[in-house]
Design a protein around this ligand. Structure first.
Ligand code: ADP
Length: 292
């Protein structure tokens, strides 16, 4: 962590705790794709700080802090407390409570599934959010819509398709295949009220807290169809059957939800096409082929 980042870190902590602390140690952490992450020790305890360049990702940390606060205000599942965020000379930083990892307790997956279902019962009048945020390092648009299908096409698939086309990763015949999907989307997404979503719930974005309970982090929050969060849990696996059983006991899913998840996951797969390319486009095209 450079000198500027250290000063920014102390400024953020001072604003939070109303006193200027001293840094005792700084340890870089691995695992983040986009940001530099650090474990910081001060006289007051341990903190998690992540840093990036403000001009590369404008308002990224502000959006993440607001998303965490929204999840926190629902009070259904553990999240790291937001200490503060700031920018100085193009250095941006978000400071969070440091989550001390611990062993998963016996009810870890049951509580995790139940608490996610309870989170999803928190609703809003419309799909979307009153500000845009990021999915990974890509912008995520949250313009409010009354209808989920319209929101999914315009705010989720549309911007990713445009980005892939502008980068010559897909052509007009591929775009036609996406359009073929539109008339069948309503078959896969049951009519439901908007759910408060984590938005990027893959297995890298939860930890087992020192209490042995799940703590979720690094969200891309919006009010959306809850199948989006469930889809993300299945994208790279790692969530146990107990999670889904407990989820269903708390907030039942349509009996065909597993089939719908493939459609929901076209969004994160397209995000991966735009971030990494590679084989992800093949996965998307295999799904789209079914809807000629
Ligand atoms: P990025 O936004 O760059 O993907 P993450 O927020 O995922 O970064 O953080 C990187 C890694 O740091 C995560 O994989 C996680 O293991 C760990 N981590 C994230 N937030 C905290 C926290 N508040 N306390 C402790 N460790 C954390």
């Amino acid at each position: 962590m450079n000198q500027l980042q250290q000063t920014l870190m102390l400024d953020i902590l001072e604003k939070y705790s109303k006193k200027r602390d001293k840094i005792i140690s700084i340890r870089p952490l691995s695992g983040g794709d986009i940001n530099q992450a650090f474990k910081i020790e001060t006289g007051e305890g341990f903190w998690f700080a992540k840093c990036n360049r403000a001009d590369s990702f404008p308002a990224m940390f502000e959006a993440e802090a607001k998303g965490l606060d929204l999840l926190g205000s629902a009070a259904e599942i553990l999240i790291p407390e937001v200490i503060g965020f700031g920018t100085h000379d193009n250095e941006s930083m978000l400071v969070l409570e440091f989550i001390q990892p611990g062993r998963e307790n016996a009810d870890f997956w049951t509580n995790f599934g139940r608490n996610m279902a309870r989170l999803h019962r928190h609703s809003s009048d419309e799909f979307g959010l009153d500000y845009d945020n990021y999915i990974g390092s890509l912008p995520q648009y949250n313009e409010n819509r009354a209808e989920w299908i319209e929101f999914f096409i315009q705010n989720r698939l549309g911007p990713q398709i445009k980005m892939a086309r502008d980068a010559f990763k897909i052509d007009s015949s591929d775009i036609k295949k996406f359009e073929n999907l539109h008339p069948v989307l309503a078959d896969f997404f049951p009519l439901e009220k908007p759910s408060l979503l984590h938005g990027d719930l893959w297995s890298g974005n939860y930890m087992s807290h020192s209490s042995g309970q799940a703590c979720i982090m690094d969200p891309a929050v919006y009010y959306g169809h809850r199948l989006m969060d469930l889809g993300m849990t299945k994208l790279f696996g790692g969530f146990t059957n107990e999670f889904y059983t407990a989820y269903n006991d708390e907030y039942q899913l349509d009996k065909n939800w597993i089939d719908s998840i493939e459609i929901a996951n076209i969004y994160p797969l397209m995000v991966h096409v735009n971030l990494f390319g590679g084989g992800y486009l093949g996965s998307v095209m295999r799904i789209l082929k079914k809807f000629k």
